[in-house]
Design a protein around this ligand. Structure first.
Ligand code: F6P
Length: 323
């Protein structure tokens, strides 16, 4: 047991994701149970540099478990990328006697911690929080499941109007350069085609299919924002091959980042928050806590890389349902 940790700093960084408040609640609760003071750092690395702090009160956070966004606010900090910014953050932590950090964010957040560890040797623990599900070392990132649920709720609605007009709809979903949201939402709404950056062949299947489309029903295409072709170009390729289609494009955008977290994300947040405190107490440093095969798992930051692969099973589903 590492009894020397008395005061931790906690922040959310990068794009917000549903479940971040749940994880903050779990961290505060587990910290309190172990006699550790937990201080919230606002606006990610920006707050670390500026000393923008707030207290994390368990009784307040308890009422926010169901809320999307992050009570700590978040940012993508350019200043922390510079050594000068990191040195200022170091001073801030020393002045405030913070002896460990927990960061919730994506791979950019962990890269930031890794760079920080080169100049400051206190324990850093990461928690994967991004809707993109693009991080190795965990089956799911916090917020992914909620984002997929939001996407499918909206695509189901689009289907209603698409069927009424016999239209082709191209729905663009988020995910940066990961196709996970597109793949999961596309499969579960029964899309006619799913285009993701991890597959180069999906556009060929789509064009083969839409060639014979007779405008007697809806035709739904779910495309990931990171797809190499993109919604507009897909639309023009469809029109080239089948002149009769009545086509619309909908970009779901930031609606996917908001809303109440799903049960899975709330539970994930609670498990990972407690696991982060346990990791600190066990003397761990520079690791991300994740869940693999429903078991808690620690991955060193150096090995937390952006996931660019869709496994064979998902690839098979993509091919089967895209044809
Ligand atoms: O990483 C989460 C994410 O929502 C991506 O899916 C998307 O590409 C990006 O953030 C959008 O970032 P911003 O909110 O800065 O426009």
């Amino acid at each position: 047991m590492n009894q020397s940790i008395k005061h931790i700093g906690v922040f959310t960084s990068g794009g917000d994701s549903p479940g971040m408040n749940a994880v903050l609640y779990a961290i505060a609760k587990a910290a309190e149970a172990n006699g550790i003071k937990a201080t919230g750092i606002r606006k990610g690395y920006e707050g670390l540099i500026d000393g923008d702090f707030m207290s994390l009160e368990t009784h307040q956070l308890q009422k926010l478990v169901h809320k999307g966004g992050t009570i700590l606010k978040t940012a993508r900090s350019k200043r922390f990328m510079e050594l000068k910014g990191r040195k200022k953050a170091l001073q801030t932590l020393q002045i405030n006697n913070i002896d460990a950090l927990i960061a919730i964010g994506g791979d950019g957040t962990f890269k930031g911690l890794l760079a920080f560890s080169e100049i400051y040797d206190i324990p850093f623990i990461g928690i994967p929080g991004t809707i993109d599900n693009d991080i190795s070392g965990t089956d799911y990132t916090l917020g992914f499941d909620s984002a997929v649920n939001t996407a499918i709720e909206n695509i189901d609605k689009i289907r209603d109007t698409a069927e009424s007009h016999n239209r082709v709809f191209i729905v663009e979903v988020m995910g940066r350069d990961s196709g996970y949201i597109a793949l999961h939402s596309g499969l579960t709404v029964g899309a006619d085609a799913i285009l993701i950056p991890e597959s180069g062949k999906d556009i060929i299947d789509l064009l083969n299919k839409v060639k014979d489309y007779d405008s007697e029903d809806a035709f739904l295409v779910v495309v990931s924002e990171g797809d190499e072709i993109g919604a507009e170009l897909v639309a023009s390729k469809i029109k080239e091959i089948n002149h009769n289609v009545d086509l619309r494009i909908t970009k779901l955008g930031h609606v996917q980042r908001g809303g109440n977290p799903s049960a899975l994300d709330r539970m994930l947040g609670i498990r990972l928050g407690v696991a982060a405190i346990d990791a600190l107490l066990q003397g761990k440093n520079n690791v991300m806590v994740g869940i693999l095969n429903n078991e808690l798992y620690l991955t060193p930051f150096e090995e937390v890389v952006k996931q660019h692969q869709v496994n064979d099973e998902l690839q098979k589903l993509l091919e089967l349902f895209g044809k």
